[in-house]
Design a protein around this ligand. Structure first.
Ligand SMILES: NC(=O)c1ccc[n+]([C@@H]2O[C@H](COP(=O)([O-])OP(=O)(O)OC[C@H]3O[C@@H](n4cnc5c(N)ncnc54)[C@H](OP(=O)(O)O)[C@@H]3O)[C@@H](O)[C@H]2O)c1
Length: 255
């Protein structure tokens, strides 16, 4: 079934080129829908081919990319497909995540392989993908379109929750990485955000806290709206984007 999304052709996302990792489930899928609805051009990345192709098909204007952000050898193919499908990049959302051992375990009982996979997915993957896309993002900033990297964080990045060691450690590192990237690239106009979406009713949460009541959790759609607003606030005002993009000969989609 092809969903028809109401396209916002005047807001800050109209014509913006956005890539989202983990765009087939939970918050990532909600962000895909939210940003497509706001007129973005979008590429989504995840490992399961069937779900990637299904999500892309369902949403028509989204490009599906099959890849594993935890694997070094997948990063450049993912980055090339993002640039190839969108013709550049304005916004990268590093959203894909790994919980570490499931069920969650004390650090002393955590297998090194589970710890390694959480770090590879939640820190090293976003670092590698950002690095591979930095040229495109800096070019976008230079053209006045704006460039934003949102690294999806968690309260586990700050609070030392028992049994969340692999995930919490990786999210703390991702948060710090975001702040350092932001310091280093502020002058080039590439902004980095590290934001906690809150406890949401998603498959990841159901695995992490199986006895939680979904009714008490935030809807991923609500978190996606909040994150979209935060990205929009970090972008240059649309009028200056249009003016600079026009001057630089970059097409701003206003159809
Ligand atoms: N849910 C919460 O309560 C909560 C709270 C705070 C923060 N967060 C954060 O919010 C973000 C989204 O979480 P969620 O709850 O929406 O998770 P989710 O429903 O489990 O979705 C995870 C998505 O990431 C993809 N993915 C996982 N590993 C990947 C990899 N190695 N390479 C590429 N794609 C991968 C999955 O697809 P495939 O399996 O097909 O790859 C899926 O599309 C995460 O960063 C999470 O840490 C969540």
């Amino acid at each position: 079934m092809t969903r028809t999304l109401q396209k916002d052709s005047h807001g800050p996302f109209a014509g913006l080129r956005v890539a989202i990792t983990g765009g087939t489930s939970g918050l990532g899928l909600a962000l895909v829908r939210e940003l497509l609805g706001r007129g973005a051009h979008l590429a989504l990345v995840a490992r399961d081919r069937e779900r990637v192709e299904g999500t892309a098909r369902e949403h028509g204007r989204a490009h599906g990319i099959v890849g594993d952000v935890s694997k070094k050898e997948d990063i450049h193919p993912i980055a090339m497909q993002i640039i190839g499908s969108l013709g550049g990049l304005d916004v990268l959302v590093n959203n894909a995540s790994d919980l570490g051992p499931t069920p969650l375990a004390l650090l002393g009982d955590t297998d090194c392989e589970d710890f390694e996979r959480a770090l590879a997915t939640n820190v090293l993957g976003p670092f590698r993908l950002t690095k591979a896309l930095l040229g495109a993002l800096a070019a976008s900033a230079r053209d006045g379109r704006g460039a934003v990297v949102l690294n999806v964080s968690s309260d586990a990045a700050i609070n030392a929750y028992s049994r969340w060691g692999a995930y919490g450690t990786s999210k703390a590192a991702l948060r710090h990485l975001s702040h350092i990237w932001n310091e280093e690239l502020l002058a080039e106009g590439v902004r980095f955000l590290s934001l906690d979406p809150g406890d949401m009713d998603t498959p990841l949460h159901a695995v992490a806290v199986p006895d939680s009541d979904p009714a008490t959790l935030k809807r991923p759609e609500a978190a996606a709206r909040e994150l979209a607003e935060a990205i929009a606030a970090a972008l240059p005002a649309r009028s200056s984007r249009e003016a600079r993009a026009g001057a630089a000969g970059v097409e701003v989609d206003s159809s």
